[in-house]
Design a protein around this ligand. Sequence first.
Ligand code: PEP
Ligand code: MN
Length: 339
Amino acid sequence: MIIVTKRGVTQDEVDHIRERVESLGLRTHVSQGEHHTVIGCVGDESRLEGVSLLAIPGVDTVHAVMRPYKLASRDFAADPTQIPLGGVQIGGPEVLVIAGPCSVESREMLLATANSIKSHGAKALRGGAFKPRTSPYSFRGLGEEGLEILAEIRAETGMPIVTEVMDTRQVDLVASYADMLQVGARNMQNYNLLTEVGRLRRPVLLKRGMSATVEDLLLAAEYVMSQGNPNVVLCERGIRTFGTATRNTFDLAAIPVLKQETHLPVIADPSHAGGRRDLVAPLSYAAIAAGADGLMIEVHPQPETATSDGDQSLDFPEFATLMETLRPFVAAAGRVLAE
Ligand code: PEP
Ligand code: MN
């Protein structure tokens, strides 16, 4: 249930509305917009039946949210949510590019990558220290050593770092290093992990599961938010279909659908979606044109030697070209590339 307040509602009136709703055993969530305030009510809505909510001073309209997700739904926020990372607001007018290797392999390669992507306009550095690999015999990341390298490179370059957390037992460790915690596709429905990252306030990059519907993704975000962490960024990274031409099938339509359904920022990962370096640029352009708030791109100094995802990683000149050729698409979408 959503309560929208009248223009010029006072803080006392908002407090009173919340007290009334909470006294009936529901939780409230306030979103202050430029023009009005939205009070979302979560819990057993049948308890509100027979209560004259419209008679409470300051209440303008009351309507039900039919979606299974509440806190993540577009109705629950007065304005789109903006999440700060590296001096940029994800979900604001600026489009943000996060880039870096699939896996952190060494200090040298990460520093070289960070310097290069930074000089071409990337705003955050990604790199996996704990890697979810399909085969247990593949390189599974440097673990804590990888986190230490990420933190060192952040100190040297000033770039915020985004890295994956795979296990509830590692949430505190990864959060002690990362500016943004990535929950990967394979863990999108790991509800214990979502609950743990929900206890923090650190921004969470939630990647769509390979067989997850848009609703599944939004309900996964709801898990994080219902624990008190409102800082969730969604990521379309392709889904499994019968198509074999690409590693995954990039669900472009999911981007505008998500933007309609939720107030949370939405970014795209064309690297994992296509699985091929030659597809990264066209899929990036399409994502921006479709309304994505940002991109996450895999970049490696020497893709052919990468310990993971070399086929889809751009080298430095390719990343530079991508950033240059992206500009007209960003402008056409009515946005600006974060500088
Ligand atoms: C990654 O970002 O390197 C990764 C493993 O992505 P995903 O979880 O989308 O497969
Ligand atoms: Mn990868």
